[in-house]
Design a protein around this ligand. Structure first.
Ligand SMILES: Cc1ncc(COP(=O)(O)O)c(C=O)c1O
Length: 442
C-alpha cells in the first residue's frame, strides 16, 4: 500500500488545522526576537500590521489581468514611480513589479538578451560581465537565458576589479553588472566605473540594488556618504530593488526599473495565437498575487521618506554597534569595509563553522559563507534590542571554543569539507541531492 500522504477523508476542524500549524513551527527560526540575520526583515509591529492588512484585503485579487483590477494596476504604477524617483530616474524611465530579487535579475538578463537579438543580431554567443560576488540568481539567469556569465575578479577590498573588467569586455558582451551592495561582504561595487565601460561600448549596465535599494537611497538624508549607484550614474540602464527586503513589504515584492520604456518592452512577453485568448505578461510569473502588490504600496505610503530615513538611521546605528562589538572580540575580524548593513566576519582564533553551530544552540541563525570561511549578518533596526546580548553570547562562544578546541564534527565538518573541495561540480551535484532528500526529512 502506498505510504504517500492523502487528503484527509473529511475536512479537518479549523481549530485543529491551526493548532497543527502552530506545533509545526516550533522549530522555526526565531525572527520575532531578532535572532535571525537573514531571510526576514522585521521593522516593528506597526509596519507588519500595515503589510498584513493590505495583503489580506487584496488576498484574492490577481495582477495577471491589468484590466480586471484597476486598483492593483494603480498600486503597481505608484510603487514603480516612487521607486524610480528614489533612484533619480529620468522622465523616460519605466519599470515593473516582480515577485522578488531573483525574478528582477532574471528579467534584467532576459531584457538584455532580447535587446541584443534586436539590436546586435550578429552576436551569436552573448556574454554578461558579473562580479564574482554577484548573487547566484545571475548564474540562474545565465542558465535559463543562455547568456554566458563571465566573472569579474574582485580587488582586495572585495569590489569588482574595474581594470579586469576592461580586459574581459569584448564584442559578445551585452551587459555589465554591479551590486549595491553585494551580499557576501556588503560592499558596493564601483558602479560609476563599470557603467562607464558599458556606456563607452553602448551596451547595457544593470545595478543589483535588490539588497540596498530601499536603504542606500536614504543615506543622503541621514548624512552618510556613498558614491552614486543609481540612475544619476551615466551608463546605468537598469536597477533592481527589493521591497520585501529593506522596503519591509510582504514577501513577493521587488521592482525592476529601466532607463527607458523601450528597454522595458524587451522584458515583456506576449502570445497572440492561444485559443484561450490574447495573452501578455510582463515577467516570469503568470498569476501575480494582489496581496504582495497591495502590501508594497501600503508600506511605502505608510513609511514615506521620513519613515524609511528613520529606519535607515536605526539600522545603520545598530550595524555600527555590532561591527564595533565584533571587532572588539579577540580573534574576530570584520571582513573588508562594508558600505551598508550587511557584513561578514572571520576568525584567526576559532573555526567559524563551529562558532556558528555553537551560536545555533543559543538560538541564533548566522549564515555560513565559504572560500574563505566566514559568517554573514544582515542587520535591521529590529536587531537593536538584541545586539548587546548577541555580542555577549558571541564573545562567550569564541572563548569556549578557544579553550576547549573541539574537533570539527557535524555541520561544521561538512561545511569545512564542502567549502574546500576542489571539484565544485561534485559539490553542486551534492546540493541537488540535498534538495532531493528534503522530502525524507521530518
Ligand atoms: C544582492 C542580492 N541580489 C539578489 C538577491 C535575490 O533576492 P531574492 O531572494 O528576493 O530572490 C539577493 C538576496 O539576498 C541579494 O542579496
Amino acid at each position: 500500500m502506498s505510504t504517500m500522504l492523502r487528503l484527509p477523508e473529511t475536512g479537518m476542524d479549523k481549530a485543529r488545522v491551526f493548532s497543527t500549524m502552530e506545533e509545526l513551527r516550533a522549530e522555526d527560526a526565531d525572527w520575532k526576537h531578532a535572532k535571525t540575520w537573514s531571510l526576514v526583515y522585521f521593522a516593528g509591529e506597526d509596519i507588519l500590521a500595515v503589510a498584513k492588512e493590505a495583503y489580506m484585503r487584496f488576498f484574492s485579487e490577481n495582477g495577471l489581468n491589468p484590466m480586471a483590477f484597476p486598483s492593483l494596476r494603480r498600486f503597481e504604477r505608484d510603487v514603480v514611480q516612487m521607486s524610480l524617483s528614489m533612484m533619480h530616474a529620468p522622465e523616460t524611465a519605466a519599470g515593473s513589479m516582480t515577485s522578488g530579487g531573483s525574478e528582477s535579475l532574471l528579467m534584467a538578463v532576459k531584457t538584455a538578451r532580447e535587446w541584443q537579438r534586436k539590436t546586435r543580431p550578429h552576436v551569436k554567443a552573448p556574454e554578461m560581465l558579473i562580479p564574482l560576488s554577484a548573487h547566484p540568481a545571475l548564474e540562474k539567469a545565465a542558465h535559463y537565458f543562455d547568456v554566458a556569465a563571465v566573472h569579474i575578479p574582485l580587488t582586495a577590498d572585495h569590489r569588482a576589479d574595474v581594470e579586469a573588467a576592461k580586459k574581459l569586455v569584448n564584442d559578445n558582451t551585452i551587459l555589465i553588472l554591479g551590486s549595491a551592495p553585494q551580499y557576501p561582504q556588503g560592499v558596493v561595487d564601483p558602479i560609476t566605473e563599470l557603467a562607464a565601460i558599458a556606456k563607452e561600448r553602448s551596451i547595457l549596465c544593470h545595478v543589483d540594488a535588490c539588497l540596498g535599494g530601499f536603504l542606500l537611497p536614504f543615506f543622503e538624508g541621514i548624512g552618510r556618504k556613498l558614491p552614486l549607484f543609481d540612475f544619476r550614474v551615466p551608463g546605468v540602464t537598469s536597477i533592481s530593488a527589493d521591497i520585501h527586503k529593506y522596503g519591509y513589504a510582504a514577501k513577493g515584492a521587488s521592482v525592476i526599473m529601466y532607463a527607458t520604456r523601450e528597454l522595458r518592452r524587451f522584458q515583456y512577453f506576449s502570445y497572440a495565437d492561444w485559443p484561450g485568448g490574447l495573452y501578455a505578461s510582463p515577467s516570469m510569473t503568470g498569476t501575480r498575487p494582489g496581496g504582495a502588490i497591495a502590501a508594497a504600496w501600503a508600506v511605502m505610503k505608510y513609511l514615506g521618506q521620513s519613515g524609511y530615513e528613520r529606519l535607515a538611521r536605526e539600522t545603520m546605528e545598530t550595524t555600527d554597534a555590532l561591527r564595533k562589538g565584533i571587532d572588539a572580540i579577540p580573534g574576530l575580524r570584520i571582513v573588508g569595509n562594508p558600505d551598508a548593513s550587511v557584513f561578514a566576519f572571520d576568525s584567526d582564533r576559532v573555526d567559524v563553522y563551529q562558532l556558528a553551530d555553537l551560536m545555533d544552540k543559543k538560538g541564533y541563525k548566522l549564515d555560513r559563507q565559504q572560500r574563505p570561511p566566514c559568517l554573514h549578518m544582515m542587520v535591521t533596526a529590529a536587531h537593536s534590542v538584541i545586539k548587546d546580548a548577541f555580542l555577549a553570547d558571541l564573545a562567550a562562544a569564541v572563548q569556549e571554543l578557544a579553550e576547549t578546541k573541539p574537533a570539527p564534527e557535524g555541520s561544521a565538518a561538512m561545511y569545512g569539507m564542502l567549502g574546500a573541495a576542489p571539484d565544485r561540480a561534485a559539490v553542486g551535484s551534492m546540493l541537488i541531492d540535498f534538495m532531493d532528500g528534503l522530502d525524507n526529512m521530518p
